[in-house]
Ligand binder design. Structure first.
Ligand code: EPZ
Length: 444
């Protein structure tokens, strides 16, 4: 539904909201599952949520328009746009292309009421500070999947010369101009790497970032910044060098496909002995997941930017340990666990990135799975036919795993708290229905 939204009666800015309107009434997802379901057909993968969010923040670094293509129409994108509009962003959305413009700053403060909706909005701090010399951003609170401090972001910005104070749950940062520095991350952090690359792009002199995370979303951000005029070397590597420039310009940039949505549909194909053709993918970004799915018995053919998955009758157990890219992604852990509930034998899944990322286990037990959690390990005893039940989604990827489990559980599964799934999956029920699933959304 297209709707013109009034804003600051600023005639030069036309805000067009498309496709995503969240209905605050209670929404649940209902799945009529079958343990002999076979998903079949084509599905198009959307742009990457985790690539577009930092790219949106990067637009704060310039007064010229930044145009992004292949953006996912998911809730997190609209939360970020809402927050940035309060800072001074003007944007126009046409299909999956977004034009972003921050001609001037309206406010240097990002409020808790918006930051709490989505942690990645904390990434506006560095760009605001680098361009305008001042920023006040709410500290992101707790998260279902574990304590997610931003201490490495803060320590890095302080190394770049920012004067940072903490008041009433807000981070207040000031600096006339940031200064290049040599910074080693204590541990690999995706958000921390993205944050410092953006801040360093406008700093005086050279910044060297060591022990960087290497996720493809970071490389996509660096490519955008380079198009904006940033001087960056070592894109995709553990050491990134940035020579700051006086100012950055506009750019036209394509957001990479969502590798986690890709992985989720590959698991759906393997889980249902399906036959699915995924288009609009980037196979090179999801090699470890493809490898594990092949070991588990699925047949996966890569055809350029498309992937064809054919599930096998026999699913083999696999031990999996999550780790930073190019290791097995923690964002695929819950979905892969569902597949292992259908494997002929026992699998051990070790979660090394987040302390509390097994919350989906209790809900999978409600569907009839047999899983024991011991510290950072989940021991999955397969093969256990699942039966439908009412379950609660606790976070984005947990909700994806419950939907996958509901597909092969006999009878009806009701997934509550679906606002999580809308944060990162675009029209997931529609896409699954297109493959033969019986799934819909119920509103009360
Ligand atoms: C990004 O989160 C993703 N989010 C997450 O995806 C993903 O799970 C995560 O990277 C790991 O791959 C976005 O890109 C928006 P980190 P981020 O900083 O940047 C600790 C999804 O489902 N840490 O790499 O927040 C942290 O607690 C989401 O789409 C510090 O200790 O993750 C964690 O244990 C969920 N101090 C580890 O590092 C810091 O300052 C990795 O976190 C920063 C991080």
């Amino acid at each position: 539904m297209l709707r013109r939204a009034p804003r600051n009666d600023n005639p030069s800015c036309v805000v067009i909201r498309a496709a995503f309107v969240y209905n605050p009434s209670v929404e649940r997802i209902r799945i009529l599952g079958r343990n002999d379901l076979r998903l079949k057909g084509d599905v198009r993968i959307s742009g990457s949520k985790n690539a577009v969010l930092p790219a949106l923040a990067a637009s704060l670094l310039t007064s010229e328009p930044v145009r992004l293509h292949n953006i996912p129409l998911v809730k997190d994108v609209f939360s970020m746009l809402k927050l940035m509009t309060e800072l001074g962003l003007e944007y126009a959305l046409e299909g999956t292309s977004l034009t972003l413009d921050v001609p001037k700053i309206l406010s240097e403060e990002a409020s808790y009421s918006l930051v709490k909706l989505m942690r990645a909005s904390f990434l506006v701090l560095g760009p605001l500070l680098a361009r305008f010399g001042k920023a006040i951003v709410a500290q992101p609170g707790g998260c279902a999947i574990g304590p997610r401090p931003v201490d490495l972001h803060i320590a890095g910005l302080q190394r770049l010369g920012a004067n940072i104070t903490f008041e009433h749950g807000y981070v207040k940062a000031e600096a006339d101009r940031l200064q290049g520095a040599d910074i080693r991350f204590e541990k690999k952090t995706v958000g921390g790497t993205e944050h410092l690359v953006m801040a360093a792009a406008l700093a005086r002199g050279e910044t060297v970032l060591r022990n960087c995370a290497q996720e493809p979303e970071i490389s996509n951000l660096c490519e955008l910044l380079i198009k904006m005029g940033a001087r960056i070397e070592g894109v995709g590597e553990e050491t990134i060098r940035i020579v700051g420039v006086e100012q950055l310009g506009g750019a036209d940039h394509e957001i990479i496909p969502d590798r986690i949505e890709t992985g989720t549909f590959l698991v759906a194909g393997a889980l249902t002995r399906g036959d699915i053709h995924l288009t609009g993918t980037e196979p090179s970004h999801i090699l470890t997941t493809i490898e594990k799915l092949r070991y588990s018995g699925a047949v996966i053919d890569v055809e350029g930017k498309a992937i064809h998955v054919t599930g096998s009758a026999e699913i083999r157990p696999q031990d999996v340990t999550t780790s930073p890219y190019p290791g097995f992604p923690t964002d695929m852990q819950a979905q892969f666990m569902v597949l292992m509930t259908q494997a002929a034998g026992t699998s051990i899944i070790t979660e090394t990135i987040f302390d509390r990322r097994f919350q989906h286990v209790n809900e999978l037990l409600r569907l009839g799975a047999t899983i024991e959690v011991m510290g950072d390990k989940a021991v999955v005893h397969g093969r256990t036919p699942l039966s439908g039940a009412e379950v609660i989604a606790t976070d984005l990827r947990a909700s994806a795993s419950l939907i996958l489990a509901g597909l092969i559980a006999s009878g009806e599964t009701i997934v509550n708290d679906v606002e999580h799934i809308d944060r990162g999956y675009e029209r997931i029920e529609e896409k699954l229905r297109g493959l033969g699933a019986r799934i819909d959304r119920i509103r009360e």
